[in-house]
Design a protein around this ligand. Structure first.
Ligand code: SAH
Length: 374
């Protein structure tokens, strides 16, 4: 019955071990196992998480021989940038990464006036097979290691700290697990990554758990496990339909865990963590955008600590579906608000670089040119 068993990635060579895979205690043990003084682990952490250093030459508090050995053992290169694509005057940047085994993944950095959000991948590909999502179409390649997840954010933090993103020096303030993959299907690696993100610097990056969002298709047992951990991370549930008949089609895992079970798990999470849950709902023209569906959704969720995020469907290659008409979207919002449910419509940041929700497919070549508005 465990979600881990059912959705386990195919067995493959593991990414090399990295400092960011390890808790502070494990780092000291790893350094001791290399016959070095355990405090060297704290020095390495300060360089990696605190100063965001990636060049061993900058680690001048470590004797050169020690440094080379420790860096080779504990900070192997994990992700190589293959391509950056930018839009919004450089405020949105999508990076294509190649892992040690050639696997390709993507992450997106989005700078807003008051925050910087990084959208990270937890898996290469995805096994959930939602028909409107580009990532789902190619299936699951493998889970990312904890350090491969962390490296996406560290790279963004580094670019911001070095003033490489327009708007001056900055910091990553928010993280969303809304890139490639189903985070709760790689539970342990994602959990460890959350600790690396939120542990105070220099053990971790010192980003508040309140600013970290885990977005899931609704793996009910894993939502329960997450709730039991008493973290402060926000939960987002990709609902996309209030009725099982349609949700079975849009989010195929619904055939296993129904709308009512997913929502019950979400309310239990909210109860336990005292945090409002987000319901994600991609508005797909003539598929899930009817007024009666908005009413049904409103009736299901009203009175609960919830916030609805409507996402105008982003186009994906080969899909016949498109975003709802603006007037229909406005009506949908009105119906939900009539039930007293808080609603926002998400912007479609990064759409022109295929960096918006559901568009990450990690294609090494530019996708074929297609006409786009705006
Ligand atoms: N697997 C996780 C996280 C990845 S996707 C999940 O499903 O929640 C992040 C959000 O983007 C999800 O709500 C997903 O359903 C949504 N999404 C996927 N494809 C989309 C598309 N083409 N347009 C708009 N949103 C999309």
């Amino acid at each position: 019955m465990s979600a881990q068993l059912t959705f386990a990635a195919p067995r493959r060579a593991k990414p090399p071990r990295h400092l960011a895979d390890l808790s502070p205690d494990e780092r000291r043990e790893a350094v001791a196992a290399l016959d070095e003084k355990p405090f060297r682990a704290d020095q390495l952490s300060r360089h990696y998480f605190g100063r965001l250093v990636d060049d061993p030459a900058d680690m001048t508090d470590l004797p050169a021989a020690v440094r080379d050995r420790l860096v080779a053992e504990l900070m192997p290169p994990l992700l190589t940038s293959v391509r950056d694509q930018v839009c919004d005057e450089g405020m949105t940047r999508k990076t294509l990464w190649k892992a040690f085994d050639g696997t390709l993944i993507e992450s997106v950095l989005m700078r807003y006036p008051d925050r910087v959000t990084m959208c990270v991948s937890s898996q290469a590909g995805c096994g959930m097979n939602c028909p409107f999502c580009a990532t789902g179409q190619a299936g699951l390649t493998r889970n990312l290691s904890t350090a491969e997840i962390v490296e996406q954010v560290v790279a963004g933090a580094r670019a911001l700290a070095r003033g490489q993103i327009p708007g001056g020096e900055g910091r990553v303030s928010n993280i969303v697990f809304m890139g490639m993959g189903e985070p709760l299907a790689s539970f342990n690696n994602v959990l460890r990554a959350i600790h690396r993100f939120s542990d105070p610097s220099p053990a971790g990056l010192g980003i508040s758990q309140r600013n970290i969002t885990v977005s899931t298709v609704g793996l009910v047992p894993a939502i329960g496990r997450l709730a039991d951990l008493d973290l402060k991370v926000r939960l987002a549930v990709s609902l996309h339909a209030p009725d099982d008949e349609l949700r079975d089609e849009l989010v195929p895992i619904n055939t296993r865990w129904k709308v009512a079970e997913v929502l019950d798990a979400a309310w239990a999470y909210a109860d336990r963590t005292r945090r409002r849950v987000s319901i994600e709902y991609a508005l797909i023209r003539d598929i899930n955008d009817q007024g009666w569906r908005a009413d049904l959704l409103g009736r299901l969720i009203k009175g609960h600590p919830v916030h609805v995020n409507l996402i105008p469907l982003n186009p994906t290659p080969g899909s016949k579906w498109t975003a709802s008409r603006p007037s229909v979207q406005t009506e949908f919002v009105r119906h939900l608000e009539a039930h007293g449910v808080p609603v926002t419509v998400r912007d479609t940041r990064g759409q022109e670089i295929d960096g918006a929700c559901g568009q990450l497919a990690a294609m090494p070549q530019e996708p074929p040119l297609r006409t786009r508005q705006g």
